[in-house]
Design a protein around this ligand. Structure first.
Ligand code: ZN
Ligand code: ZN
Length: 343
């Protein structure tokens, strides 16, 4: 597949295809192939935030009082989240380079910007609470820790396959892993921080996590739409082999996620591993539905981790939930030196 041309006046403004299509490169939001994507773009923009708007002063005091297990898990999970968010900035850009629909290019630009913010936010929280040495160690985790490397092996494989061989099929595979990433891989990490928050611990960090969570939910929604639309524009790829491949990736990802959660969340007060496994399967079902496929864990159609609903399920800006409740504590602290400038 060729990269999309930047400007081609002989082509129409309204794109004839998401990938391998024709478009002039001129973006008129009132004349796009999938009109409701304008709303998605607006929702994404409406979520704008920055890491240093979050007040970390209580977390700075509290971190030392966490148990050793909690401190270890905190650093490992920040390491995990950083490893997941880092490739997203670039993958969003790469998808936009091949997209021949300028509305997709713009949406991907906003997603890429948000992923850049997520990455910076992990440096921001760590620089607030631990030494530079410990910060660096947490970021090395993604390339050193065996369990994490095993867990992330498939993402690396399919993301890199797309770089080396940009075919529509490899784009669909990358979109499958992006859906898994946005809708499943982050959530054991999110759960860890929400669990701390329900014991009133590290509330600054979990507020930041809820902002990331809100972004990832929107990304997951758009990426699954992109997957479905790309599949229906390329009916020859909508075959048993590819669909079977998608189901296999979901099953394998769930197993790896369960293994990971046992490794990093064992001995954490308040987290029941059985419940966590159910939650992982529930997330997988949810993402499968979003990409137009069937649930594979019929016993987990409902969220079995009841306490987390208040934190993770209701982030849509309409309900009174954790997010709104926390926004009262959301004080801009740009002027306060939390050590981040020392990075
Ligand atoms: Zn992200
Ligand atoms: Zn994302």
């Amino acid at each position: 597949m060729q990269k999309a041309k930047t400007l081609e006046p002989r082509n129409p403004n309204k794109s004839t295809g998401i990938f391998n299509g024709k478009s002039s490169g001129i973006l008129n939001w009132n004349d796009i192939a999938y009109p409701h994507w304008h709303k998605m773009y607006k929702r994404l923009l409406g979520n704008y935030w920055q890491a240093d708007e979050i007040n970390m002063s209580n977390d700075i005091k509290q971190f030392a009082s966490l148990s050793q297990q909690e401190q270890d898990a905190y650093l490992k999970i920040i390491g995990l989240l950083a490893t997941l968010d880092a490739p997203q900035t670039r993958t969003a850009l790469l998808l936009s380079l091949y997209a021949t629909d300028p509305s997709v290019q713009s949406i991907m630009a906003v997603i890429a910007q948000q992923e850049a913010v997520h990455n910076e936010s992990y440096s921001y929280v760590l620089s607030s609470i631990v030494s530079l040495d410990q910060q660096n160690k947490a970021f090395e985790f993604g390339r050193m820790d065996e369990t994490l490397l095993k867990r992330n092996k498939n993402i690396a494989k399919y993301y890199n396959d797309f770089v080396e061989n940009p075919t529509t099929e490899n784009i669909l595979k990358t979109l499958t892993y992006t859906t898994l990433l946005e809708g499943l891989f982050f959530y054991s990490g999110f759960a860890y921080f929400y669990n701390l928050a329900r014991y009133n611990k590290m509330v600054g960090t979990s507020t930041m996590i809820s902002y990331i969570n809100r972004d990832e939910l929107e990304h997951g929604r758009f990426i699954s739409e992109l997957f479905r639309a790309t599949l229906s524009e390329n009916p020859e790829l909508n075959n048993d082999e590819l669909i079977e491949w998608v189901y296999e990736q979901f099953k394998e990802s769930v197993e790896l996620e369960i293994e990971w959660s046992e490794y990093v969340l064992a001995d954490i007060e308040g987290i029941e591993l059985e419940e966590m496994h159910g939650y992982i399967k529930y997330r997988a079902n949810k993402m499968l539905r979003l990409i137009g496929l069937e649930e594979i864990y019929p016993e987990y159609v409902e969220n079995p981790m009841k306490w987390i609903r208040a934190y993770a399920d209701n982030i849509d800006g309409t309900k009174t939930d954790f997010f709104e409740q926390k926004s009262r504590q959301y004080v801009k602290v740009n002027a306060i030196d939390n050590g981040f400038d020392d990075l």
